[in-house]
Design a protein around this ligand. Structure first.
Ligand code: 13P
Ligand code: SF4
Length: 352
C-alpha cells in the first residue's frame, strides 16, 4: 500500500529539521515506507560498518531489529545515541540463545576438558550479552557475508567451533564452504540436559551448533525448490544461508542479502529467479528488475514480523521526538558487556 502522504511529509520535515545530526540506517528487510527514508541500506554487516563510520551523527536511527541497534551502540562513540523506533522489534533467533544457557554449555565443555580448544563464534543475530561472552572467550562475531572467513580464522585458533545461535548458517558454512562432513557437526539443544549430547559426541565434534534458527528462513522447504524447478524451466534458485541445509544444498546460489541483491543486479535480462529470503526485499527486487522474472521461493513464508514492527508511524514518532529534544527508545549496552562485545566485533571487522 502507498504510504500515508501526511506521514511521508512529516518524516521528510523531521529529517530536514535534524539535518546531519541524524543518520538513518535501513536493513534490506524493512518496509518500503521506511526504507525510503534510510540514508544507507544494507545487510547487517554493511550496517554495522556504516554505524561505525558516522562518528559525527548525534543520533543513529536504526530501522532494523534490536541486536543490530545494540551492535550500533557498541560500535559508535559514547556521545552518540542509537534509537530503535519500536522496542518490540526483536529477533526470534537472537532470543533463542540466552547468556545463562550459553554459560552452562561452556561449563560442560570445561568439565570435559575441551573448553580450551573450542572457539566460540556468534552470528551477528545475537544479543550483546552473547557477543560479550564470545569476546571474553577469545571468539569472534560473524555475519552471513563473512561466516566462512570467520570459521577459517577460528580453526586457526582452536580445533573446535561453538557456533551460536543459528544452526543453519553454522552447518551450511561448515559443510558447504569448508568441506566438513555433516557428521562433524553436533546440535546442542539448550532445553535438554547436557544439551542432549553425550561426552563422546562433544569430544568427537568439530562444530558444535547451537539449536537456534530464523523463523522466516527456516520455513523455506525442499518441496518449494522442487516445485519451482518443475514449474519454471531454467529457474535459478537463490537463497540465504539461514535456510535449512537441504534447501541450501538444492539451491543454485547462496549468500547474504547484499550478495542476493548483487546476483540479481548482475543477472541477464530474461533470466528467471526464485528467491528465498525475506519478502520485503524480494518484492523490491522484483519491482526494480521488470526485465527479469523474480518470484518468491515459497508462498506460505511471510515477512519477518519483527522487522515489520518498524513502520512509518513509528519512524515519524522517533524522528519528531528527536526534533523536540527528547531521545526515544534509546538502545544502550552496559559498559562491561559492550567492551567484550566490541572485542568480538572488532575481530570480525579486522578479518581479511
Ligand atoms: P544479513 O543481513 O546478514 O543478510 O542477515 C539476514 C537477517 O536475517 C537479518 O536479520
Ligand atoms: Fe531474526 Fe530471521 Fe527476522 Fe532476521 S529475518 S530478524 S534472523 S527472525
Amino acid at each position: 500500500a502507498p504510504s500515508d502522504p501526511d506521514l511521508v511529509e512529516r518524516a521528510r520535515a523531521a529529517k530536514a529539521a535534524l539535518g546531519d545530526r541524524v543518520f538513518v540506517l535501513g536493513h534490506h528487510y524493512q518496509r518500503d515506507e521506511v526504507i525510503q527514508f534510510a540514508d544507507v541500506t544494507g545487510d547487517s554487516f554493511k550496517l554495522a560498518r556504516e554505524a561505525a563510520a558516522r562518528p559525527d551523527a548525534e543520533f543513529i536511527v536504526f530501522c532494523g531489529v534490536h541486536f543490530m541497534a545494540e551492535s550500533a551502540d557498541i560500535l559508535t562513540t559514547d556521545a552518540q545515541r542509537v534509537v530503535l523506533p519500536d522496542l518490540a522489534a526483536g529477533c526470534s533467533m537472537a532470543d533463542m540463545a540466552v547468556l545463562a544457557q550459553v554459560e552452562k554449555a561452556w561449563e560442560r565443555f570445561a568439565s570435559l576438558g575441551i573448553a580450551s580448544e573450542v572457539v566460540p563464534v556468534t552470528y551477528m543475530n545475537s544479543s550483546a550479552d552473547i557477543k560479550g561472552f564470545v569476546g571474553r572467550n577469545d571468539g569472534v562475531v560473524c555475519t552471513s557475508s563473512n561466516a566462512e572467513t570467520a570459521l577459517r580464522w577460528s580453526f586457526e585458533q582452536g580445533t573446535k567451533v561453538f557456533f551460536l545461535p543459528d544452526q543453519h548458517l553454522g552447518r551450511n558454512t561448515a559443510v558447504l564452504k569448508m568441506g566438513f562432513e555433516l557428521a562433524d557437526c553436533v546440535l546442542y539443544d539448550p532445553h535438554r540436559p547436557g544439551g542432549g549430547l553425550t561426552d563422546e559426541q562433544l569430544r568427537g565434534a568439530k562444530v558444535i551448533l547451537w539449536k537456534g534458527h530464523c523463523s522466516v528462513h527456516g520455513r523455506f522447504s525442499l518441496d518449494a525448490v522442487e516445485d519451482v524447478r518443475a514449474r519454471v524451466p531454467g529457474v535459478n534458485v537463490l537463497v540465504h544461508p539461514e535456510c535449512r541445509h537441504e534447501v541450501v544444498t538444492a539451491a543454485d546460489f547462496v549468500g547474504s542479502t547484499e550478495y542476493i541483491i548483487r546476483v540479481i543486479d548482475e543477472a541477464p535480462a530474461g533470466s528467471a529467479w526464485a528467491v528465498g529470503t525475506e519478502l520485503n526485499l524480494v518484492r523490491r527486487l522484483a519491482l526494480a528488475h521488470p526485465d527479469k522474472q523474480i518470484t518468491f521461493l515459497e508462498r506460505n513464508v511471510c515477512y519477518c514480523s519483527t522487522m515489520n514492527r518498524i513502520d512509518l508511524p513509528h519512524l515519524v514518532w522517533a524522528l519528531e521526538e528527536l526534533v523536540a529534544g527528547r531521545v526515544p527508545n534509546q538502545i544502550t549496552v552496559d559498559a562491561s558487556t559492550a567492551h567484550y562485545a566490541r572485542v568480538a566485533l572488532d575481530r570480525m571487522l579486522a578479518l581479511p
